[in-house]
Write a protein that binds this ligand. Sequence first.
Ligand SMILES: Nc1ncnc2c1ncn2[C@@H]1O[C@H](COP(=O)(O)OP(=O)(O)OP(=O)(O)O)[C@@H](O)[C@H]1O
Ligand SMILES: Cc1ncc(CO)c(N)n1
Length: 265
Amino acid sequence: MKTALTIAGTDPSGGAGIQADIKTMTANGVYAMSAVTALVAQNTTGVKSIMEVTPEFLAEQLDCVFTDIMPDAVKTGMVSSVPLIQVIARKLKEYRVEKLVVDPVMVATSGDRLISEEAVDALKAELLPLATVLTPNIPEAEVLSGMTIHGPEDMERAARSISERYGCAVLCKGGHDLNDANDLLWRSGEAKWFYGRRIDNPNTHGTGCTLSSAIASNLAKGYDLDTSVERAKTYLSGALASMLDLGQGKGPLDHLFNLEGEFVK
Ligand SMILES: Nc1ncnc2c1ncn2[C@@H]1O[C@H](COP(=O)(O)OP(=O)(O)OP(=O)(O)O)[C@@H](O)[C@H]1O
Ligand SMILES: Cc1ncc(CO)c(N)n1
């Protein structure tokens, strides 16, 4: 069985972060592993508080995984401080991780900030150059490119600039910000659009975590980047279209919408 690792924060309400990543990887047929960067007290209505792990403890978690079950692909999500980013970058290099999806998480769907100002600079300097693909939403792409984005052409310009600066592919997600479901992948010097069917569902907590984990799962299984993005979008659309409705804010997706078998009944 192929394996994938998420390095991210938690969501006790189960819709985003590590919890969303594990469900997504499982639903996409890979063995899921997780290293926690921070315990986050949050739910569908917002973030109450954040308790970061120490850099030493994160390093130990990563050593435990990498020396035992080497993942076929890795995804990073919420990493809120400079020392944690430095540890991740060091370990990814030490263990020569090749397939890396970096979701540059900055703000939760609820609007709460999940990264410090200084950590954005560390993310740019240390993690982005190691990525196979980055998956910013529009506000994140604006921060990383220093450009403002009003439409599809701006998405192409920003993604191209980020890609050229950091030497990785960039998937700029249209998502809830441009009110469509079209994402732009900039790779190998050219653009490819992935046109999604917009689903009329306000419950979008964790869509970004879910998409990046699904891409990592497909890379782990050996699909190329374009195919991995295509398959991940199809999976995400299914999880949204299942119309799960839980919680009092923007609710979670139905990650296991495709699960069948005797134990499900
Ligand atoms: N209503 C929708 N219908 C279909 N696809 C959607 C919808 N909303 C978002 N998506 C898709 O979900 C994926 C995640 O994009 P989005 O822009 O929502 O990410 P995000 O802002 O990082 O998410 P998060 O809320 O987890 O931070 C993209 O592929 C996007 O096109
Ligand atoms: C831990 C975590 N990572 C990412 C997001 C973004 O949705 C969130 N809400 N929580």
